[in-house]
Design a protein around this ligand. Structure first.
Ligand SMILES: *[C@@H]1O[C@H](CO)[C@@H](O)[C@H](O)[C@H]1NC(C)=O
Ligand SMILES: *[C@@H]1O[C@H](CO)[C@@H](O)[C@H](O)[C@H]1NC(C)=O
Ligand SMILES: *[C@@H]1O[C@H](CO)[C@@H](O)[C@H](O)[C@H]1NC(C)=O
Length: 297
């Protein structure tokens, strides 16, 4: 063979590999009242990602066998069961076998964090949560859209978030965090108190969370749906009252490093992004520049 041709082929082979290896796949988990494939929400996000990262594979999770079920499950299927179901979906998707990046929207944010903590294989590399409620909520002033269940859910949360049937059947109660009754929250919260290592310090959770390359938390500065908004950056009310909000760095969770977040912070793995706008409102330009280009390519 002509040596020049050989060199050309050789170079082509390596540059081909570099140029044509598609970016790591993306898994997305929608928020409350939404579903996998709405063309105005996650469907649109999927298209933006595909347009900006050619060849990328995006799996927008559907919990249940239909769109209607997917929406209902966001309210009424125990978060632990949802996480278990997603662990199976992720493990059974051959496209994800070498790892993936994860985007969680609203409650999908804390649920995907639970996936990272409970199901380390295949590996999640970057986790980005948009308006996630990592320390829970203590208030749900609006559902953000007209919804027949919204008022009913708000009443249940106000009066009986820790009643066992409410805990087991109402997703939003499973991340209800009453700062006036921290002990009751720790004892009874079936989901959040567990994934935040409030009851026992589960070393597996710490080890798995530390495997993330980046844990990016996006907070919406003008959020009128989530209370308190600081929960989107893992902050919350100072225990015992419900007006003063403290940051993650001032919380016991961090100081005692119960979940490995302090270690992650020291390693530069925690990213705190803020965007002006109400819950889950951001522009395409912002999303491409701050998320797609930085974490998905
Ligand atoms: C810790 O988490 C792992 C993964 O979910 C689980 O298998 C284990 O039972 C948990 N341990 C405790 C003490 O809760
Ligand atoms: C929480 O659980 C502990 C241990 O089981 C118990 O002693 C305590 O009374 C419980 N507190 C509340 C408020 O449920
Ligand atoms: C949104 O919040 C930011 C930061 O608190 C503030 O500077 C901005 O004026 C707010 N925008 C609106 C429209 O309220």
């Amino acid at each position: 063979m002509d040596v020049r041709l050989f060199v050309v082929l050789f170079l082509w082979y390596f540059s081909y590999d570099a140029l044509c290896t598609p970016p790591l796949p993306v898994v997305m988990w929608h928020g409350m009242g939404d579903c996998c494939c709405n063309p105005l929400s996650l469907g649109r996000i999927k298209t933006i990602i595909e347009n900006n990262a050619p060849g990328i594979y995006v799996n927008s999770l559907k919990i249940g066998s239909s769109i209607v079920e997917d929406i209902e499950n966001g309210f009424f299927l125990n978060a632990n069961k949802q996480v278990e179901e997603v662990c199976k979906q992720v493990a059974n998707d051959p496209e994800l076998k070498d790892g993936y990046n994860a985007l969680g929207f609203s409650q999908g944010g804390q649920f995907l964090r639970a996936v990272a903590q409970r199901c380390p294989s295949p590996p999640m590399l970057n986790l980005v949560t948009f308006g996630g409620q990592h320390q829970g909520i203590y208030g749900l002033p609006h559902c953000g859209y007209p919804n027949k269940w919204c008022n009913y859910i708000r009443e249940l949360l106000t009066y009986g978030a820790y009643w066992s049937w409410v805990q087991n059947d109402l997703v939003q109660a499973e991340y209800w965090h009453d700062p006036l009754n921290e002990e009751e929250y720790r004892n009874r919260s079936v989901f959040l108190a567990d994934v935040n290592n409030e009851r026992v310090k589960n070393k597996t959770y710490i080890k798995n969370l530390l495997k993330l390359k980046n844990f990016v938390m996006v907070k919406f500065n003008n959020d009128t749906i989530v209370e308190p908004v600081e929960t989107e950056w893992f902050g919350f009310y100072r225990p015992g009252q419900s007006t003063e909000v403290i940051t993650l760095q001032d919380s016991e969770l961090y100081v005692e490093d119960r979940l490995g977040l302090r270690q992650m912070d020291k390693l530069g793995k925690l990213r705190f992004l803020a965007v002006d706008g109400n819950h889950l409102q951001f522009s395409e330009d912002w999303f491409v520049e701050n998320i797609v280009d930085k974490y998905l390519k």
